[in-house]
Design a protein around this ligand. Sequence first.
Ligand code: FAD
Length: 332
Amino acid sequence: MEFDDYRGVWVFIEEKDGHIAPVSLELLGAGRRLADKRGAELAGVVIGDQVGTLADTVFEYGADVVYLYDDPIFKHYRTETFMKALLACTQKYKPEIILYGATSTGKDLASAVATDLPTGLTADTTILDVEEDTGLLLASRPAFGGNIMATILCKKYRPQMATVRPKVMKALPPESGRRGRLIAESIPLREDEVRTKVLDIVKDTVKHVRIDEADVIVAGGKGLGSPGGFQLIHQLAGVLGAAVGGSRDVVEAGWIEHHHQVGQTGVTVTPKIYFAIGISGAIQHLVGMQNSGLIIAINKDPEAAIFQACHYGIVGDAFEIVPMLIEQFNDV
Ligand code: FAD
């Protein structure tokens, strides 16, 4: 593999309902820094149906180039179609680095592309850097239950790829009117050749703040006792405009859906404020929330492990404390 053929930093631009996911804008900020260090161009890859207008936003947030795949076949995210487009683009233009948000779409697409290229993929990165002269991507992520930071290198293959956690990189302030090169691309793919079909989209009827993008999360655990007790978590989240999180045990008990689960086998979150209420603080939970800005724990057991991981701890009964908090915040 001739490394000199590979130039530039790319960001996969994730789009939903006509809007760019915040993590993609954050990655354009991070990608700009890497591209400048390498003296290379930053590109955004936009794939979707009627998504041409998003290119302007991608330029305003720092890209020099936008590769655009705009076709009804990309109306809904499907691994197969998006992977084919990104693979074709990668093989044609040979980027040195590709970044994806560590969202369910980003993780799915990145691993599919990595398998087919083939190349390496560092998942769930929180720190990104690049060696100025060699172009080697230094992608770091917590490992061994958050006890060490591992820097993972892809020495033998190009492009180098990483998924990056939402809310850890900073988007650049948008520069109104900033433009670059728009390159429209297509792939020869017919709908009848695609093995996966989207039959229906069932939208979540409850309007809730997305857990991986929330500034404030109120998370509850088995200490709430029952689905009825867990309603306190929803009430507190409601008055704070926060997202609701849960431990694996409450998800397994069916008190809340899996996409609210925080931890090793759930979502990794980094909100400004994280309330852990009736959560014991098992390591599998901690790895998903320990990088939050401010952690406030409420637990009736003074020996609970969560008190080792929090900034503020309240030893007491959630059923007494949470209603008081709801009352106080309601009055603000
Ligand atoms: P418990 O451990 O039962 O804790 C309940 C807490 O509530 C206790 O500390 C208790 O003192 C307190 N409490 C009780 N009553 C009250 C009250 N009235 N007021 C205040 N406090 C009260 N877990 C995750 O969360 N996320 C994961 O992604 C995850 N992945 C896992 C992966 C693997 C491979 C394994 C083996 C486990 C995983 N787990 C995960 C499970 C994890 O080990 C714990 O079992 C789980 O986090 C415990 O959930 P909990 O804190 O809600 O319940």
